[in-house]
Design a protein around this ligand. Structure first.
Ligand code: BEZ
Length: 257
């Protein structure tokens, strides 16, 4: 995604803005935790289609948005031409002591080299700058992923745990890593956030959008029948009052350089 063409990018920016806009809606709470001041230079890490960067700019911050996905950056730049967006990998950011804060919502669970990412974030920050992040924590979407893996097994596909697409640390593990890199951890929280998905196909759409890695080498027919079985098995637990809910668990951290 960082160096490939737009067509190779797994992210569908329009679908993201349409069915998954809750991602940036929840991010507004994280902006309160960041508490940006007018004129601060802020890096929005994993900016997606730019909505939170726009909110930060509206509060008077001087924002740069970065995302690994060319599709997302392309969409963000089209939506908000007055802001700056660049395609960069979180583990190889090009900035050096440029920012008062690095802000990141719902991105770092995609980064399976957390230490490399934290080093890169640390380097971007001015001395005394802060890193404020929220992402999937230990146990995130576990009901959904355990059921996908169970149904894959029943269909004869053994899931290789190394192919698990996300990194979901506890706050103990992540705070330790932050301290190892040099951050002073001033805040760490782990909490449940059952997240309403859009429409009767909400769970199916979520799996299609985010969990395609589980279905490498599985034909479309078999994949669709596995997803139907996942829906049937999870309906009693995750479908309430006419809505699907994903069993999100988040961590929030603040670290000072
Ligand atoms: C999350 O925000 O927790 C998440 C989003 C997509 C895939 C996995 C986790």
């Amino acid at each position: 995604m960082d160096s490939g063409s737009r067509t190779k990018d797994m992210w569908d920016a329009n679908l993201y803005d349409g069915n998954h806009s809750f991602v940036s809606q929840y991010g507004t709470g994280l902006i309160e935790l960041l508490s940006p001041k007018k004129g601060e230079k802020i890096l929005d890490l994993g900016c997606g289609t730019g909505d939170l960067a726009k909110n930060l700019a509206g509060l008077g911050a001087d924002v740069v948005g970065v995302d690994k996905s060319e599709n997302m950056v392309f969409q963000a730049q089209n939506k908000y031409p007055e802001l700056s967006f660049v395609v960069q990998d979180v583990t190889q950011l090009s900035f050096q002591e440029d920012f008062d804060a690095v802000f990141s919502n719902a991105t770092l669970h995609w980064v399976k080299q957390p230490e490399k990412a934290l080093k890169s974030i640390f380097t971007c920050l001015k001395k005394g700058g802060r890193f404020v992040a929220e992402f999937g924590g230990k146990g995130n979407v576990q009901l959904i992923t355990d059921e996908i893996i169970h149904q894959l097994g029943k269909a004869g596909f053994l899931f290789d745990r190394d192919a698990f697409p996300w990194y979901y640390p506890s706050i103990g593990e992540y705070s330790n890593l932050m301290e190892k890199i040099g951050f002073r951890v001033t805040f760490a929280q782990h909490f449940d956030r059952p997240t309403q998905l859009v429409g009767d196909d909400g769970l199916k759409n979520w799996i299609h959008m985010f969990a395609s890695d589980f279905f490498e080498g599985v034909s479309e027919d078999v994949r669709d029948s596995i997803i139907s079985s996942v829906e049937n098995e999870l309906k009693d637990t995750l479908y309430k009052n006419g809505h699907w809910y994903a069993d999100y668990k988040r961590i929030r951290v603040i670290g000072i350089k």
